[in-house]
Design a protein around this ligand. Structure first.
Ligand code: NDP
Length: 327
């Protein structure tokens, strides 16, 4: 038997509890994992509170991220004792996830945990950090170089934004962080931002083409912010879009794309191919200071994750939440 958060649904509605599950009930999969840590992402908050139909079948064990040790494997790439990390692939939505002491899943979904990190540190990074790394890789794969000018990061104090600022600065880029939290300027500078601009400078409707400033952009905000970021991107510059914190709309014109050759590239972490995942985790291992990660996130237990999900959706949590599934 092992402990897990279980989400159930019946005529009376959705219920969530920490429960004991027999190992024989684990879903299909060729790798079984003893989970060390998971984390609470926005999507996990939606799943646990039931405030959005994220969960596609019941009962469901939520948790889109996990880090742990392989206990059994019939997959060619993995053997007992291997340390692994998992992000996305619909885990915690359509397949039982990481908020559990055990997980069984498809070995094709796993990435070897970089030597640089403990399981706890990998979960301080979680999908937010991994997505930020995918965005940085996207900019660089499309030719953005440090000598071309400033890189804009929007939603900078958020999970994705914070890791994007840190990774870009460590890679030698000059980073401008856009934030709604003026009071967090010192935090953003400590991560490596050279300059801070206010979120309000980007969040309202603007001209289709504006003064060229950014060589590249990492945007986790969408809506007018993304539109204005494209309108301010230099000739030939690249914009990586991964989020919708302001909104999913994109009320833009084609002008930056057809007159300045700006490229707008989408970044998805959930179904990203394994090669991109491996490259992203390699970047995280190379550029992040593992010691810093221990202070970025607060640690909670499995049962504390249930009330924390509501707080997370209400914006009451600062930084990241790591879940010790064995507590
Ligand atoms: P967070 O909630 O940690 O951060 C979002 C940040 O966006 C906030 O901290 C805030 O930063 C800014 N923000 C919030 N509301 C607004 C608003 N109304 N207008 C402008 N800016 C706002 O979320 P994450 O960093 O974890 O995720 C960011 C986005 O990326 C989300 O939309 C998420 O769904 C998406 N995402 C997408 C993934 C993918 O695979 N494509 C994977 C992971 C996340 P500040 O105060 O500094 O401005």
């Amino acid at each position: 038997m092992f402990s897990a958060i279980s989400i159930n649904k019946d005529e009376a509605g959705q219920s969530v509890e920490v429960t004991q599950i027999d190992e024989s009930q684990l879903p299909e999969g060729n790798v079984t994992i003893d989970v060390d840590y998971s984390t609470l992402n926005y999507k996990d908050g939606l799943a646990i509170t039931g405030s959005s139909p994220v969960v596609r079948k019941f009962p469901m064990v939520p948790g889109i991220d996990l880090a742990g040790v392989v206990s059994e494997s019939s997959h060619a790439n993995w053997k007992a004792g291997d340390r692994v990390v998992l992000n996305g692939w619909g885990v915690g939505e359509g397949h039982w996830g990481g908020l559990s002491q055990k997980a069984r899943l498809n070995g094709d979904w796993l990435v070897a945990l970089p030597e640089a990190f403990t399981s706890r540190q990998a979960m301080a990074i979680g999908t937010a950090g991994y997505t930020a790394a995918l965005c940085v890789d996207t900019l660089m794969a499309h030719g953005v170089r440090a000598d071309q000018g400033e890189i804009l990061v929007t939603g900078a104090t958020g999970g994705v934004g914070s890791f994007a600022v840190a990774l870009l600065a460590k890679a030698g880029f000059t980073v401008v962080a856009a934030t709604g939290k003026e009071s967090e300027a010192d935090y953003l500078k400590s991560l490596g931002a050279s300059d801070i601009i206010l979120r309000s400078e980007l969040s309202e409707k603007g001209k289709p083409l504006q003064k060229e400033r950014w060589a590249g952009v990492v945007d986790s905000v969408g809506s007018f912010t993304l539109v204005n970021a494209c309108a301010q991107t230099q000739y030939g510059g690249v914009v990586a879009a991964c989020g919708l914190a302001q909104g999913p709309d994109f009320p833009a014109t084609v002008m930056p794309f057809i007159l300045r050759g700006v490229s707008l590239l989408g970044v998805d972490s959930v179904m990203a191919p394994i090669e991109l995942r491996q490259a992203a985790w390699k970047r995280l291992a190379k550029y992040l200071d593992p010691a810093q990660l221990d202070t970025i996130a607060d640690e909670i237990s499995l049962s504390e994750a249930i009330p924390a999900a509501k707080d997370l959706l209400e914006g009451k949590i600062r930084g990241r939440l790591i879940v010790d599934v064995n507590k």
